[in-house]
Each structure stands twice: as structure tokens, then as C-alpha cells.
Design a protein around this ligand. Structure first.
Ligand SMILES: *[C@@H]1O[C@H](CO)[C@@H](O)[C@H](O)[C@H]1NC(C)=O
Ligand SMILES: *[C@@H]1O[C@H](CO)[C@@H](O)[C@H](O)[C@H]1NC(C)=O
Ligand SMILES: CC(=O)N[C@H]1CO[C@H](CO)[C@@H](O)[C@@H]1O
Length: 469
């Protein structure tokens, strides 16, 4: 059909298709998504494929476009466009390396000019056809992206290796892609090529639990690396870390709402939040979810502690809720991180919505909500919650969502409903409100003026827990 419709990238003659080698077993042609005819062809095939396999989303790969040969058959002609005066420092010093010859013809012009747009041009049509085929919000994952791709797809950081330095680089890649406007990003957890090890994979499961796009992915022929394969202890640790991710999903989802509407980053560097603190500028070993949640993973083999930099702010240990001593501010502090723990911190001044996790989000989204209220030095905090049905199209444009703003001040939590357009939120409850950083002993708690029973709240002062009576 593609041949009949003339949708391939052509050789420089403009009529014969470029033939290279992508995935095995045979030779490949390369659809030219800059051509409107190709979009028609692709749309038709994706719609038909829905009847073969009932998909929710489409993962588009090898779309650099990637080719196992240097240029298509029989190789690139010697001319100025294939061998321009300047070639960046790339493998084989050839622009055709692992792709097509620069003088190949696409609808929008020579491949020399459109190469970086191959993945981008495939992304929007894929997004639209997934929505057409499923009637739901599309999930598209693309290996090749360009400016603007974030509107239609997420991205994984490509074929990394199961090695400690690649795990570290993944933080840099994730921070960069958030600046590029492609916030739904992550690397292949435990590494893609070569065999992983128990400890690397465990530390990567912990870090990867906090990638916006969180996926353990392996190359064919490697030793298995899924979280169940290393035994019960490993599985228990991976499960615990993933449950933290899933319990904070309402916070993460709200950050995605803000990114979608205002262009904010979802994951950001410490520099992004503490710009005037020069010591934060070089930090690529820790990162934040939005303004308020710091992840400081272990990135070295054998390490059982992490040196964490705490910018000037109130910080709480996520696990204990205890305040980080102010003597640790603006300096690196050594934080204990045994194999079963990834250091996590909450920044005072912020309110994070949470929800009890479950094995799928279909189930967890019915669970009660909670709030983590982390107070700043003035005893204040604020935050918000965006909530909708999770998979219908254009809920923001159609105002089918719930949006609440929380403020805590002088011992009072106030919730303002800014948008009340999602009926599914009506039946949801809060069952746990955690306040970190209270300076005085709470004598009583009231909700909308009505006293809360003494056995429904407990508190801890100076590390001593007062039993609920
Ligand atoms: C490629 O060649 C086909 C004929 O094989 C033609 O229909 C199509 O328009 C050509 N496309 C480009 C971009 O040259
Ligand atoms: C990786 O593990 C697989 C499966 O256990 C094994 O066949 C392969 O030889 C290993 N590769 C290396 C480089 O050790
Ligand atoms: C070997 C390899 O391709 N490593 C890549 C893994 O992913 C990071 C980004 O997360 C790249 O920077 C590496 O080049």
C-alpha cells in the first residue's frame, strides 16, 4: 500500500525508494512522515491494527531514522551534500552513519535538512490516530524527539548500558528533557545493553521509581533484570520504592497538569529552585519533583551513604518526617542509605497530595487521599491537587476536572475549590493528613468546626511520639 501511495523516502532521483536495514530480518524502506500522503497511510494502518491488537498507546522506535548501514543501498554518492565542508565529530565522520544519505528526498526537502524531524513528524500523527482508535487520551513514546515533541509524546533516553555512570547520566538527561518541554521522560531502568548486577539494578529501581516515565527495559539476550528475578529481598525493596512513587502520584499528576497548562518542568534541578545559591549550579546527582520533593539516589557501587546538599529551606526526611538540622543547610551532609533505602526529602512550605497505592491506577484512584503538609519556618505551606478521570481527551479544555488549592497558616488548613468539574472526585475522601514541622503540641483538632476524636490524631514532639489516648 505504501508503495502504491508513494509514501517512502526516496533516493536522490526522487522516484525510487531508499532501501536500508532497520530491525531484522530483512531490508527496510522508510516512511516519509513529512508527506501528508504518509500520514493518511499511517493512520489507516494504525486503525486497522487496533482490530489485530487492542492497544492503548504506541511506542515508536528507530525513528532517527535508524539504519544498520551507512546510508541506503548501494551507498552514498560523492557530492557536496553527502560530504559537506563541515561534519561534526560523529562516528565514522559521516552524516550517513546509521541513517540515510543526506541527499535522499523527503516531501519537505533533502534528508540533510529534515533528518532531525523524522521522529517529530511521526509523533503528532501517531498521537492523533491513537486517540481516534481508542477514544482515549493517547500514550505515545518516541525515541527520536525534537522541539515540540512533548506536546504529543514522552521520551526514553535511548539505548544506555547497564553501568553505574549511565545511571548517573540519566539524571542529566531527565533534567535536560524537562527544559526541552518533554517532561514525560526516563531511562531504561537497570540499563539496556550488557548484563546488569544485583546492586546496580536495585539502586536503579530506586532511582527509576522517580523517573516521570518509569520503565525497566532490557536488550534481547541479556540476563533477566525484572524486579522479581533477584529474589524476595530485592522485590521487597523495589516494591516499597515503587509504592512511594504511586502514593505520590496525585502530586506528580498535578505537576504534569501545571506543565501542560503553564509549561513548567515536572522534574527540575536544585539550581532551578535555588538559582541564587551558586553551590546548586553544578548538582546533577539529586533532583526535585516540582518545588517540593528531593530525590538523592545512591549512584556508586558499594556506597551505603549519599552526600546530599541542602539549600537554605526547611527540609524533612520523607521516611521519618523529622526536620533536617539547620546546621546541614548550604552544605553537604552525609545521609545514611543502606541497600533498602533511597534518600528522599520534603521541602517545607509545600503541601503534597497523596493517595494509597494499589496494583493498578484503576484501583488506586478509588482509594482515599492524604495530604503531607510540610511547614516552613513561619508555620505556613501551600499546594494544589489536580484530578480528572485520567484518560479521557481534553479534560482541561472541556473543564472536566477538579482543582483544589490548599493553604496552611496559623494552625489552619484551608481548601479552596478552583474547579469542580469532575464528578468522580465527589466520592473521594481524605483519610490522613500529616503535618510536619509543628512547633507546639496540638491540643485539639477540628474539621469544619467539629472536634476530631482524640484517638483520631497522634503527634510526635522532639522525636517522642505521644500515643493517641
Ligand atoms: C517518491 O517516489 C514516489 C514514486 O515511487 C513518488 O510517488 C513520491 O512522490 C516520491 N516522493 C518524494 C518525496 O520524492
Ligand atoms: C549475559 O547474560 C546472558 C544470560 O545469562 C549470557 O548468556 C551472556 O553470556 C551474558 N553476557 C556477558 C557479556 O556476560
Ligand atoms: C552506551 C549508551 O548509549 N549510553 C547512553 C545511556 O543513556 C544516557 C542518557 O541517559 C546517554 O548519555 C548515554 O550515552
Amino acid at each position: 500500500l505504501g508503495q502504491e501511495m508513494g509514501v517512502w523516502i526516496n533516493n536522490s532521483d526522487g522516484v525510487t525508494p531508499a532501501i536500508g536495514k532497520s530491525l531484522p530480518p530483512g531490508y527496510s524502506v522508510f516512511p516519509d512522515y513529512t508527506n501528508p500522503r504518509t500520514v493518511e497511510w499511517w493512520t489507516q494502518l494504525c486503525l486497522e491494527f487496533k482490530d489485530v491488537l487492542d492497544y492503548d498507546g504506541i511506542w515508536i522506535d528507530m525513528n532517527e531514522p535508524s539504519n544498520d548501514l551507512t546510508g541506503q543501498l548501494p551507498g552514498c554518492a560523492a557530492n557536496d551534500i553527502n560530504d559537506p565542508p563541515y561534519i561534526p565529530s560523529i562516528t565514522d565522520h559521516s552524516l550517513a552513519q546509521k541513517t540515510l544519505c543526506p541527499d535522499s528526498r523527503t516531501y519537505l526537502g533533502e534528508h540533510y535538512n529534515t533528518h532531525s524531524l523524522f521522529g517529530w513528524s511521526q509523533t503528532a500523527p501517531t498521537f492523533h490516530v491513537v486517540q481516534q482508535a481508542t477514544g482515549k487520551r493517547a500514550f505515545v513514546l518516541s525515541r527520536s524527539t525534537f522541539v515540540g515533541s512533548g506536546k504529543h509524546a514522552g521520551h526514553w533516553l535511548g539505548d544506555n548500558k547497564s553501568q553505574w555512570k549511565d545511571m548517573h547520566y540519566s539524571i542529566i538527561g531527565m533534567l535536560e528533557f524537562n527544559l526541552f518541554g518533554i517532561p514525560f521522560v526516563g531511562a531504561d531502568i537497570c540499563g539496556f545493553s550488557s548484563n546488569t548486577t544485583y546492586e546496580l539494578c536495585l539502586r536503579w529501581m530506586q532511582l527509576g521509581s522517580f523517573y516521570p516515565f518509569s520503565r525497566n527495559h532490557n536488550a534481547e539476550g541479556n540476563a533477566a533484570q525484572d524486579p522479581a528475578v533477584f529474589g524476595a529481598e530485592f522485590a521487597k525493596i523495589a516494591r516499597a520504592t515503587l509504592r512511594i512513587r504511586y502514593s505520590l502520584l496525585p502530586y506528580l499528576y498535578t505537576l504534569f497538569f501545571e506543565s501542560h497548562v503553564h509549561g513548567n518542568t515536572v522534574v527540575r534541578s536544585l539550581m532551578h529552585e535555588f538559582t541564587s545559591d551558586q553551590q546548586t549550579h553544578g548538582i546533577d546527582t539529586a533532583f526535585l519533583w516540582g518545588p517540593a520533593f528531593m530525590v538523592a539516589p545512591v549512584l556508586q557501587e558499594g556506597a551505603r551513604s549519599v552526600d546530599v546538599y541542602f539549600p537554605e529551606a526547611t527540609w524533612f526526611d520523607y521516611y521519618t518526617g523529622r526536620k533536617i538540622p539547620s546546621t546541614w543547610h548550604k552544605t553537604y551532609a552525609t545521609v545514611y542509605a543502606p541497600l533498602n533505602k533511597i534518600p528522599l526529602f520534603i521541602r517545607g512550605g509545600h503541601i503534597l497530595p497523596e493517595q494509597a497505592p494499589a496494583s493498578t491506577t484503576t484501583k488506586s484512584r478509588l482509594n482515599p487521599f492524604g495530604l503531607i503538609i510540610a511547614l516552613d519556618e513561619h508555620g505556613e505551606a501551600s499546594g494544589s491537587l489536580f484530578w480528572d478521570d485520567g484518560d479521557s481527551i481534553d479534560t482541561i479544555e472541556n473543564e472536566n476536572y477538579f482543582l483544589a488549592k490548599y493553604t496552611f497558616s496559623a494552625g489552619h488548613l484551608k481548601t479552596e475549590i478552583l474547579k469542580n468539574g469532575y464528578r468522580g472526585a465527589d466520592s473521594l475522601k481524605y483519610n490522613k493528613i500529616t503535618i510536619l514541622g509543628l512547633k507546639l503540641r496540638p491540643h485539639a483538632v477540628a474539621v469544619n468546626g467539629g472536634a476530631v476524636r482524640r484517638d483520631a490524631f497522634s503527634y510526635e514532639l522532639n522525636g517522642v511520639r505521644a500515643p493517641s489516648s
